[in-house]
Design a protein around this ligand. Structure first.
Ligand code: XMP
Length: 515
């Protein structure tokens, strides 16, 4: 299944994971590595193709990330994107300089070589996403220019004979209308991949390898009710049945009624062959969070307390052989183990082995998969659709959707407002369109009137984003009538809230969560 590997060499660009995802969308398995990866290691991996990502530097500056010329002499096709394109040009003897005109945003690209393998089936003038301050001023020897824009003489260049391709724009970003086509062209037309990486074979092979690994051993899983841990649990239960015990910690920061819903699916009345333990630890979490206002500190406390509660349960169960982690590929990459990107938030716990549970080995059945692939596996396994397509919900839960101190009362306010918002979004048929949406509680209180009475209550914020990758996002365009209805219901039904805002901020500069 993984006979065909394409590797992405990460030069620190913000879209590194997107590049790999696009390749996998073409049914070709792809992994991300740092640009510091040694050539010998690359040779051993024997990739069908190599893609160099963008990056924040100027490649001609001393100390900027680079790669030895040898990389381009392996006989393996190389596609350089943005920084990667400039670097390829510079290393092979071409010219790269600060551009007289910086390009940023959607840009019309004119394809000059229609018969280029990479532009097969692509329009002669096509919208692409540009983001660069340097440009290729002179192509390297043996290269020809294959596309340009009004401000950029070399939007793409290639040395067809050596299968080296340089693209100044970002085909991995969806704003590049025919970008996926170009990546598909690279992996199939240039690298010669057949594209047979599919999810049904993944399930069969994963079940088989879990059985072999686990044997008669005992497995312990922390189940959150989120997509990743649910899919991991069902996959393992499929392989070894009740050798698996799932512990579900209800930290009191879940959405309204969510704890009961998780229990209904995975508990004794549910459909799966596994042992299920629910721990109601609400009060403990509220106690630890009393008086704490800083978001990262809240994340840390919730994470630590979770470990403590889980540890106590694990101790009751006694020694186990394996501990399941629902790690997925973006966690691996974002933890700095795959590519070059800095850790932005402290919520990924990859690589470090928890020493608080008595176990022999970690098992991470989803470690190689992107989120959309995990969902496909979930469907393959027959997990209910509403769970598989559940919108993402952060581990620290409502703890980071309440600005300032978390209290049981505030949790109730945000749960009730959020439940109304979700209900109305579903009723309007928008629930599958908006990628993530929720209510958050501000720490602002203001004066209002309710009937004849003066109120001094909280303002709630409605957030809704359209995003493909959760790395960039735009505020969802929710019809005004829907927002109006949600506002009316929240004000009328949730005592303690007297104002409703809609957050228009995109990411960047904002984040998706609200705190
Ligand atoms: P941001 O707010 O970083 O969110 O734009 C991007 C995605 O990550 C989720 N998120 C978290 N998930 N623990 C989590 O498990 C966290 O601390 C956390 N912070 C953000 C967020 O819901 C969104 O899907």
């Amino acid at each position: 299944m993984k006979d065909e590997l394409v590797i992405v060499l990460d030069f620190g660009g913000q879209y590194n994971q997107l590049v790999a995802r696009r390749v996998r969308e073409c049914n070709v398995y792809c992994e991300i590595y740092s640009y510091k990866t040694e050539i010998e290691k690359i040779k051993t991996m024997d990739p069908k193709g190599i893609i160099l990502t963008g990056g924040p530097n100027s490649c001609y500056e001393p100390g900027a990330p680079t790669y030895a010329k040898e990389l381009f002499e392996l006989g393996i096709p190389v596609l350089g994107l943005c920084y990667g394109a400039q670097l390829m040009t510079l290393v092979l003897g071409g010219g790269v300089e600060a551009a007289p005109v910086r390009e940023y945003g959607k840009t019309e690209v004119m394809v000059d070589k229609k018969e280029s393998k990479i532009f097969a089936g692509v329009s002669a003038a096509t919208t692409c996403w540009m983001s660069h301050f340097d440009y290729i001023s002179r192509v390297a020897g043996g290269f020809e220019i294959t596309a340009h824009t009004a401000d950029c003489p070399v939007a793409a260049a290639e040395n067809e004979e050596k299968s080296l391709y340089a693209i100044q724009f970002h085909p991995e970003v969806l704003h590049t209308r025919e970008g996926t086509k170009m990546i598909d062209n690279f992996v199939k037309n240039v690298c010669g991949c057949a594209g047979d990486w599919k999810m049904d074979t993944f399930v069969e092979e994963a079940v088989q390898s879990i059985r072999e690994k686990v044997g008669g051993g005992k497995v312990l899983c922390a189940l959150s009710g989120g997509v990743d841990s649910s899919v991991a649990a069902v996959l393992i239960s499929r392989a070894v049945g009740s050798q698996l015990t799932c512990v579900f910690v209800d930290h009191g920061l879940l959405r309204k009624d969510e704890g009961d819903e998780v229990e209904a699916i995975f508990g004794p009345k549910g459909a799966y062959d596994l042992n299920f333990i629910r721990v109601n630890a609400q009060e403990r979490f509220y106690g630890r969070l009393a008086g704490v206002e800083e978001p990262e500190e809240k994340r840390k406390i919730i994470g630590e307390e979770f470990i403590r509660v889980f540890e106590e349960e694990a101790n009751k169960i006694g020694a186990v052989d394996f501990l399941v982690q629902g790690t997925i590929y973006p966690d691996v990459v974002e933890s700095g183990l795959g590519g070059e990107s800095a850790v932005i938030k402290s919520h990924h716990n990859v690589g470090g082995l928890p020493d608080y549970v008595n176990f022999k080995e970690i098992i991470e059945p989803l470690r190689d998969l992107f989120k959309d692939e995990v969902r496909k596996v979930g469907l393959e396994l027959g997990i209910p659709k509403h769970l598989v397509f559940r919108q993402p919900f952060p581990g620290p839960g409502l703890g980071i959707r309440i600005v300032g101190e978390v209290t049981a009362d505030k949790v109730r306010l945000v749960q009730d407002a959020d439940a109304i918002y979700r209900e109305e979004i579903a009723r309007a048929g928008l629930d599958t369109e908006i990628n993530q949406y929720f209510a958050a509680l501000t720490n602002m209180r203001s004066v209002g009137v309710m009937g004849d009475e003066r109120t001094y209550d909280y303002a709630v914020v409605l957030r809704g984003v359209s995003t493909v990758d959760f790395m960039t996002a735009e505020a969802a365009q929710i019809p005004y009538e829907v927002l109006g209805k949600v506002m009316g219901r929240i004000i009328n039904e949730v005592k303690g809230i007297n104002r409703v805002f809609y957050d228009l901020t995109s990411k960047p500069p904002g984040t998706i969560e609200f705190e």
